[in-house]
Design a protein around this ligand. Structure first.
Ligand SMILES: Cc1cc2nc3c(=O)[nH]c(=O)nc-3n(C[C@H](O)[C@H](O)[C@H](O)COP(=O)(O)O)c2cc1C
Length: 183
């Protein structure tokens, strides 16, 4: 049994990101799966005070620090998020900035494992999915800091309706292919 964390980045409770997360959880079967909904969590931005460089972890005690510890232990992760103005939503960027708490070149960095994968599912209202494909690739670089050595992504377009994913067999097939890659 492997441990997977599914981070969702939409404030819309029960909308596409939540539906994708539940779908992925079901596809992961009997594995140990935690869905980490951003709207249920309490975390602040990186203070950039470099306290972590002495402590070996972030000096802030909140849900982001706890998640970073969990990500380091996880076998794989998914990030499910809407596209806002062509990029990840602000809270997801804030969360990724908090990876800085374990980024410490002076003490040596963990080598990312190619077997530890992160999969991105990005959902958007428009259809220009190719324009946002670099968003996931750019974020994958930050996940390397917490040990993730491989990444892949799916971008789902035309999804302003919060129930769009639920009603689309085509989108489910694309996300299932990402889960198959993860496994
Ligand atoms: C602040 C904001 C910015 C958005 N920017 C874009 C955008 O740049 N391109 C796009 O196609 N859709 C954009 N959208 C639409 C969302 O990406 C889309 O509705 C998405 O599927 C919502 O995901 P959710 O159902 O999980 O909340 C934006 C929505 C909001 C609220």
């Amino acid at each position: 049994m492997s441990k997977y964390i599914i981070i969702t980045g939409s404030p819309r409770v029960g909308a596409n990101s939540d539906s994708v997360a539940e779908f992925i959880k079901a596809e992961l079967g009997n594995n140990d799966v935690e869905i980490w909904n951003i709207y249920e969590k309490d975390f602040t931005y990186c203070h950039a005070d470099n306290a972590c460089k002495e402590l070996g972890k972030c000096a802030i005690d909140d849900d982001a620090t706890a998640l970073v510890d969990q990500l380091k232990e996880a076998d794989g992760a998914f990030v499910i998020a809407p596209i806002y103005f062509g990029r990840l939503p602000g809270p997801v960027c804030t969360l990724i900035d908090r990876f800085y708490g374990v980024f410490n070149p002076a003490k040596g960095l963990d080598v990312p494992s190619p077997n530890k994968k992160v999969g991105f599912v990005l959902t958007m209202g428009g259809d220009e999915v190719e324009n946002v494909e670099p968003v996931a690739a750019q974020s994958a670089g930050a996940f390397a800091v917490v040990g993730f050595g491989a990444s892949d992504s799916v971008v789902l377009g035309g999804n302003n309706d919060p129930a769009a994913f639920i009603g689309s067999d085509d989108e489910k097939a694309k996300v299932k292919a990402l889960v198959d890659w993860m496994l």
